[in-house]
Write a protein that binds this ligand. Structure first.
Ligand code: PLP
Length: 385
């Protein structure tokens, strides 16, 4: 049995998206900038995808810039807006301490270029408070970046409220919506943001494709310079097959938002409830609401998360500890540390992130294996003490 509970790391590609990608890769290989028929065919594939992705987030197609994924979209938003806003004299950037590395490390790079940066704290809820933003904003704040859903906890930040606060002070607002797009309904106008990042491989599209939504009129300069692609906002021949796959995934994601999200939430709630009741010394990290429907992050007292991850993998169950890109190290997650959790709790947490393909039978299997595995690991730890 192979069970995949790591959809926040990446998702399987939707078969219909894979089919379209193969077709485009094989047959519609033109360069979308070429004037001839093959080129125009590729352009029309991109137009279709642009329209599907923008519909998913309630945007105009012309406002969407395709990127190589969420990391590039975050870099583009922050570096591109920072460069455009430098002449205004505002050189202060605010983000939260629970952002993805794509934002946190980019902030450090901007700090080296003379930007002042502030990271908003979060409490044990894993949710940023609007008051913290009000306190941090100054007259020279140029950009505020707050992720929509956190990748480790699933907690949803009050982005609409935070964006309104930032904008009342004249600051641009960016949200990294990589973990919320196609999990919950998103409308960029209702959120009131200026910039929004998304990534195809988190919603059953291919890896290496994403987009930055840029509200019309937003001051931003390209970070990739060269040809006039993407209305001169992002140079480089577009990855048409991946973009086509993202388009199909966006369309399917939108269609599935209501029913499938409810099904995934029911599975996640059952898994969470049963773990808490069957295994002593377990606790959910972060607020349970508001949260994306597929994620739960649970600490297992007296367990080292990496050992549990490996033991579950041997049983055919894939989960993760903290963010996928920082696992492999025993560093406790920066998100759980930012929440003020004691180190042991930050080191013994496991993230279960479900997807539409998961079933009740898979939850049954996990619930059969997990209590025994935890008990065994605890007895080994006890024996060593
Ligand atoms: N932002 C968040 C919240 C993420 O979870 C991720 C991926 O883990 C990224 C950005 C980076 O996206 P990509 O893998 O497409 O570069």
């Amino acid at each position: 049995m192979r069970i995949y509970f790591d959809h926040n790391a990446t998702t399987p590609v939707d078969p219909s998206a894979a089919d379209v990608m193969m077709r485009v890769l094989r047959d519609e290989y033109g360069n979308a900038s070429s004037v001839h028929r093959l080129g125009q065919q590729a352009k029309s594939v991109m137009d279709e995808a642009r329209s599907a992705v923008s519909t998913l987030i309630g945007a105009e197609p012309s406002e969407l810039v395709f990127t190589s994924g969420g990391t590039e979209a975050d870099n583009f938003a922050l570096r591109g807006a920072a460069e455009a806003l430098e002449p205004t004299g505002r050189k202060h950037l605010i983000a939260t301490s629970i952002e993805h590395e794509a934002v946190l490390v980019t902030l450090k790079a901007l700090a080296r270029r003379g930007w002042r940066t502030t990271l908003l704290p979060v409490g044990e809820s894993g949710i940023v408070s609007p008051d913290a933003l009000k306190d941090a904003l100054t007259d020279d704040t140029a950009i505020v970046s707050v992720m929509h859903a956190n990748n480790e906890l699933g907690t949803i930040q009050p982005v609409a409220e935070l964006a309104a606060i930032a904008r009342s002070k004249g600051a641009l607002f960016h949200t990294d919506a990589v973990q919320s797009v196609a999990k919950i309904p998103i409308n960029v106008r209702e959120l009131g943001v200026d910039l929004l990042s998304l990534s195809a491989h988190k919603f059953n599209g291919p890896k290496g494709a994403g987009a930055l939504w840029i509200k019309r009129g937003t001051r931003i300069v390209p970070i990739l310079t060269g040809g006039k692609h993407e209305r001169t906002r992002r140079a480089g021949t577009e990855n048409v097959p991946a973009i086509a796959g993202m388009g199909v995934a966006a369309e399917r994601g939108r269609a599935k938002l209501g029913t499938e999200a409810a099904g995934v939430a029911a599975l996640r709630d059952r898994l969470e409830r049963e773990i808490l009741s069957r295994i002593p010394g377990t606790v959910v990290n972060g607020a349970r609401e508001p949260r994306v429907p597929n994620t739960t992050n649970i600490s297992f007292d007296r367990i080292e998360a990496e050992s549990l991850l490996i033991a579950l993998d041997l049983e055919g169950i894939a989960v993760s500890t903290g963010a996928a890109c920082s696992s492999g190290t025993l560093e406790p997650s920066h998100v759980l540390r930012a929440m003020g959790l004691p180190t042991h709790r930050a080191q013994n947490s496991i993230r279960f992130s479900l997807g539409a393909g998961n079933t009740d039978a898979e939850i049954d299997y996990l619930l059969e294996k997990l209590p025994k595995t935890v008990e065994k690991l605890r007895s080994l730890t006890g024996a060593r003490r």
